[in-house]
Structures are given as C-alpha cells and as structure tokens.
Design a protein around this ligand. Sequence first.
Ligand SMILES: NC(=O)c1ccc[n+]([C@@H]2O[C@H](COP(=O)([O-])OP(=O)(O)OC[C@H]3O[C@@H](n4cnc5c(N)ncnc54)[C@H](OP(=O)(O)O)[C@@H]3O)[C@@H](O)[C@H]2O)c1
Length: 263
Amino acid sequence: MIERIFPDPAVLSGAALEHEVLAAPPENRRSTRPWVSFNFIASIDGAASLDGLSGQLGNAWDQRVFSLLRQTSDVILVGAQTIRAEGYGGELLSHAAQQWRSDNWLSPHPPLAIVSGSLNLDPGLEVFTQAPVRPLVLTLASAPQERRESLSEVSDVVNVGEASLDVARLIAELSGRGYQNIHSEGGPTLLGSFAAEGRVDELNLTVSPLLVGGAAGRIAMGGHHGGAASAAGAAGELARSMNLARILKADSMLFLRYVRPDM
Ligand SMILES: NC(=O)c1ccc[n+]([C@@H]2O[C@H](COP(=O)([O-])OP(=O)(O)OC[C@H]3O[C@@H](n4cnc5c(N)ncnc54)[C@H](OP(=O)(O)O)[C@@H]3O)[C@@H](O)[C@H]2O)c1
C-alpha cells in the first residue's frame, strides 16, 4: 500500500498513484522556463549507492515511482558515470507507458541525453546500439576529436561548454530541441553541477529504510568552485533551500518531492 502523507493524506490505489505522479505539477505548469527535475534514492544515512549501484537501495515501490516520474519527460538526462555503472540499455519505458505517452501527445520514447566531458563512452554500449531513439551526448569543446567522431556514428554529439560544463547552455540546447520537461536520473556529479547554478527546479528523493555506512557518496557532489567572490563554503558547499511539496509513504520507504522556493 502506498499513501500520500502530505498534502491531503490519502491511500493511493494503483490508478490514483499514477494520477498523482503523472499529472503535471502546478509549479511545472507555472514555470516560464524549461523545467529541470531530478530523481534520486538515498539510504537513511545518506548513501547514494550500495556496492557501487543505486538499484540495491530500492524495491518494487521505488521502481514504480521511478518509472512514473520518467514517463512524462521530454528528455532523460544522465551523467556518463551513471551510464557506465548502471547500463541504461534498451527501451526505457514499458509498452503501457509508451501507449500512455502516445495518448498524451508525447513521442513514445523520450531520448536519452548523456553528459560526458571526456567522451569516454564505448559506441558499442547497449545504450547506443539498443536505443529506440538516437541518444544525445552533451560534451565539451575540449573533448578528444577521435572519440567525438566514433560516438557521432551512434549519437548526436553536441558541445555544451568549452573546458567546463555550462549548465545554462545545456538547458538551452535541450530546450531548443523542444525539450521543456528535462528529467534527470543523476548522478551525484551532475546534480552537484545543476545545484551550483541554481537550476534544480524539482528534486524527487526516495528515502530507503536502510543504514549503509561505508564510504558511499551522497546524492549531490562537487559542483562548487569556491574562490574569494564565491558564497560557497571552504569545502565547496553551498546551501540552497527547497520547499517540500509532497510526501508519499510505502511501508517504511518515503518518497519526497521538493521544488525550488519561488514556484
Ligand atoms: N542514488 C541514486 O539515485 C543514484 C542516481 C544515479 C547514479 N547513482 C550512482 O552514482 C554513482 C556515479 O556517480 P557520479 O557522480 O560519478 O555520476 P554522474 O554524475 O552520472 O557521472 C559523472 C560523469 O558525468 C559527466 N559529468 C557530470 N557532470 C559533469 C560536469 N559538470 N562537467 C563535465 N562532465 C560532467 C562526466 O563524465 P566523463 O567522465 O565521461 O567526462 C563525469 O565523470 C554510481 O555509483 C551510480 O550508481 C546513484
């Protein structure tokens, strides 16, 4: 059973859960700029991975919410290390989800956009060879030319920065292709970069009822460059407020939805 705890407590049947997650959120509809959402899972003690992967933190409820959040996106944005660690080959949506998208005037398959500064991605990976639509690779002008050429055979390779990632340029590139609803599934380096630029409009966080310990990283890493003129702390941290918009609960797992405060 999954329940909405906030706002308006209610038990959500299968159809009600779908409606809850698939309905365009009011903040998204009000936004005058492309909407950037992220989805992450972390253990109670903040671990973003277990044995190097996020999947082991989740369960069937998390998979369900994860899939529903992905279903409405115009493009799915993922950092290269998440692709290298987790795969992402083949179709990203079930047939029912593809049908729902067609019924709602969306293309059946949202394309995948992969962020990689080094272009250290094998063109033979399933994420390219099995993709239902040609992926985008968002890179830097400084990336090696040879890798750019081989990846161009299996994807559209586009620069979104010279020597470092320009988040505003990345968003403008996706928006220029008609992708206003940008949904990212991580990872932590990518979230850190967007958080540093204040471009996280929505963060969905599943709190998995596990204590993990160890040295696993958090859901946002790096991204702040410090310097005398920067508001970032000595270790590069920068606190950005988010407002709590929804809490769902399934057994001991929580699904939190935060949006940026000015929405
Ligand atoms: N808990 C969760 O929900 C969740 C979600 C996703 C991933 N993860 C886990 O996170 C781990 C990977 O972490 P990660 O932080 O390395 O993942 P990531 O953000 O997916 O990938 C980092 C890589 O993406 C590219 N990239 C991202 N931001 C960039 C920037 N600002 N400038 C240039 N390149 C950029 C670079 O690729 P190149 O190296 O190719 O230049 C960088 O090495 C894995 O263990 C994965 O399972 C957890």
